[in-house]
Design a protein around this ligand. Structure first.
Ligand code: NAD
Length: 437
C-alpha cells in the first residue's frame, strides 16, 4: 500500500484522472509475480516518466483550430524513447500512455537498445471537413493533407523547441506516414532525428516502409510452420488495409495463404476463393480506400470478424475485440495482433479457453521498430543497409523472439504472457544495472 501512494497515484492525482485498467498493466502484474519483482519496482516500470501536453493552433478556412497533442515518454532504461505518432479522432492521454508502455515492452522483447514513448494527436478530419468544406472548396483528401501538414509543422516546431531531438525518436503510427516524418528532417537536417523517412531522404532505410507488414507475415508463417501447417491451406481475414494491413496481406498472399476478407474504414472486400492482393494494393493506392473493389457482397467489421478463417489479423485501431464480440469470432487457429492493443484482457482469456492462440502485438508488429533501430543507427553512424540486409535482420530478430517465447510459453501459459515476462525481465535488469531501481 505504501508503494501505491508513493508511485502510482502521483500522476493520476496530478491530472485528476485514473488510468483505466489495461491489458498491459495486468500482464505486467502477472509477470512480476512470476519473476518475483516487488510491487514498488514494478510501478517504476509500469508508470510513464513524463507526459507532455501541447496545444497546436492551426489556421484553416479563415478559422483557428486548437488541436490537442500529447507525448508520453514512458521508459528509457534501455535507450532513447522510441514510438510512433498517432493522428486519430479518439486518442486520449491514457491510450497514448498504454501505447508508450507497449513500446517499452516491444523494444525490450526484440532486444533493441531503445525505450518506449508515443504521441497522440487528436483530430477528426471527417468532422472538420463537414464543417469547413463550403469555405475551403477543395475535395476531402487535399483538405486533409494540407491540414495534417499544418498540424505537423506546428508539432515539429514544439518538438524541437522542447529539446526532444535525440531524446524521443518518432516514427509513423495510424494516421501518419513517411510524409509527416520528413517534416522533422526538413526542420533539423538531421537524419537520426526520426525514422521511416521516405525513400531518397538522407538516412532513409530500404525496407522500412514494408517492415511491419513483412514482420507480421514472417512471424505468422513461422508460427504456422511450428504447428506443421501448410500456408497454402490457410485462410486469412484482415481488418485495416493501410501500411501494416496491406503489407501483411501482400507477404502472406505471396507465401500462398488465401486472404478471403479485408475491411478498411470505408468498406470491405470478400472473396471466398482469395482476394487478388497486388490488385487490391494498386486499387487502394489509387483510391485511398478499398471500398468498391470487386467483392461478393458487402462486408463490414462485424461480418469480417464472423467469417470463418484460420487466421484473423486486426491491423487497424485498438480495442476492437472484447468480451462482447469475442464469442462470435469465426477465427479457427490464431488472432495475430498486427494492430496495437486490439484484444482486451478478457477476450484474450476467452480465446485461450477456446484453444485459439493470440500472437501479441509487441511480438507481431515489432518489425517496424526493429527496422527503425537500423535506420536510427544508420543515421547516427553514416553506414548503409540494403533492403535484403534489413529483411535478413528482421528474420533473425523474429527467429530469436519466437525461440525465446516458445521456451517461456509453458511456464507463462501463453505467448502473450511469455512475451511480457521476457520484456519485463530485461527492463528490470537494465534499471537495476543503471541503479534506477
Ligand atoms: P494506417 O493509417 O496506414 O492504416 C490504418 C488502416 O486501418 C486504414 O486502412 C484504415 O482505413 C483502417 N481503419 C481505421 N479504422 C478502421 C475501422 N474502424 N475499421 C476498419 N478499418 C479501419 O495505419 P498503420 O500504420 O497501418 O497502423 C495500423 C495499426 O498497426 C495501428 O494499430 C498501429 O498502431 C499499428 N502499428 C503500425 C506500425 C507501422 O509501422 N506503421 C508499427 C507497429 C504497429
Amino acid at each position: 500500500m505504501e508503494n501505491e501512494d508513493k508511485y502510482v497515484k502521483n500522476i493520476e492525482q496530478f491530472i485528476c484522472s485514473r488510468e483505466p485498467e489495461s491489458r498491459s498493466a495486468r500482464l505486467l502484474r502477472d509477470s512480476a509475480q512470476r519473476l518475483e519483482i516487488s510491487r514498488g519496482d514494478l510501478q517504476q516500470i509500469e508508470k510513464p516518466y513524463t507526459f507532455i501536453y501541447q496545444r497546436l493552433p492551426v489556421e484553416i478556412g479563415g478559422e483557428v483550430l486548437n488541436v490537442s497533442s500529447g507525448i508520453v515518454l514512458h521508459n528509457r532504461a534501455r535507450g532513447p524513447y522510441k514510438g510512433g505518432i498517432r493522428i486519430a479522432p479518439d486518442v486520449d492521454i491514457w491510450e497514448t500512455n498504454e501505447l508508450a508502455r507497449l513500446m517499452t515492452l516491444k523494444t525490450a522483447l526484440a532486444n533493441l537498445e531503445l525505450g518506449g514513448g508515443k504521441t497522440g494527436i487528436k483530430v477528426d478530419f471527417d468532422k472538420l471537413y463537414q464543417g469547413l468544406k463550403d469555405k475551403v472548396k477543395v475535395p476531402f483528401y487535399p483538405f486533409m493533407d494540407r491540414l495534417k501538414d499544418h498540424i505537423m509543422r506546428e508539432f515539429v516546431d514544439h518538438f524541437v523547441e522542447r529539446g526532444l531531438v535525440h531524446i524521443y525518436i518518432p516514427a509513423p503510427d495510424m494516421g501518419s506516414s513517411g510524409r509527416e516524418m520528413m517534416l522533422f528532417y526538413n526542420k533539423t537536417h538531421d537524419p537520426s532525428v526520426v525514422t521511416a523517412k521516405p525513400e531518397g531522404i538522407e538516412g532513409w532505410l530500404p525496407g522500412r516502409h514494408e517492415a511491419t507488414g513483412f514482420g507480421t507475415a514472417y512471424a505468422t508463417l513461422k508460427y504456422l510452420e511450428n504447428l506443421g501447417r501448410d500456408p497454402k491451406k490457410i485462410t486469412v481475414t484482415i481488418q485495416g488495409f493501410g501500411n501494416v494491413g496491406s503489407h501483411s496481406a501482400f507477404y502472406l498472399h505471396e507465401a500462398g495463404c488465401r486472404v478471403i476478407g479485408v475491411t478498411d474504414y470505408y468498406g470491405g472486400v470478400y472473396q471466398p476463393k482469395g482476394i487478388d492482393i497486388p490488385a487490391l494494393m494498386d486499387y487502394a493506392r489509387e483510391n485511398r480506400t478499398i471500398k468498391d473493389f470487386p467483392s461478393k457482397g458487402t462486408l463490414d467489421n462485424a461480418g469480417l470478424f464472423a467469417l470463418e478463417a484460420d487466421i484473423l489479423i486486426p491491423a487497424a485501431g485498438g480495442h476492437v475485440i472484447d468480451r462482447d464480440n469475442c464469442g462470435g469470432l469465426g477465427v479457427k487457429i490464431a488472432v495475430v495482433e498486427a494492430a496495437n492493443m486490439p484484444v482486451s484482457y478478457e477476450a484474450m482469456e476467452m480465446l485461450q479457453a477456446r484453444g485459439i492462440d493470440l500472437l501479441p502485438d509487441n511480438f507481431i508488429n515489432s518489425g517496424g521498430v526493429i527496422a527503425s533501430e537500423l535506420e536510427y543507427r544508420q543515421g547516427m553512424g553514416g553506414i548503409r543497409f540494403s533492403r535484403e540486409e534489413v529483411f535478413e535482420h528482421l528474420r533473425m530478430k523474429f527467429d530469436d523472439m519466437f525461440t525465446d517465447m516458445l521456451a517461456r510459453k509453458k511456464d507463462a501459459g501463453s505467448f502473450t504472457q511469455a512475451a511480457c515476462d521476457i520484456s519485463l525481465e530485461r527492463i528490470y535488469q537494465a534499471m537495476r544495472t543503471r541503479s534506477l531501481i
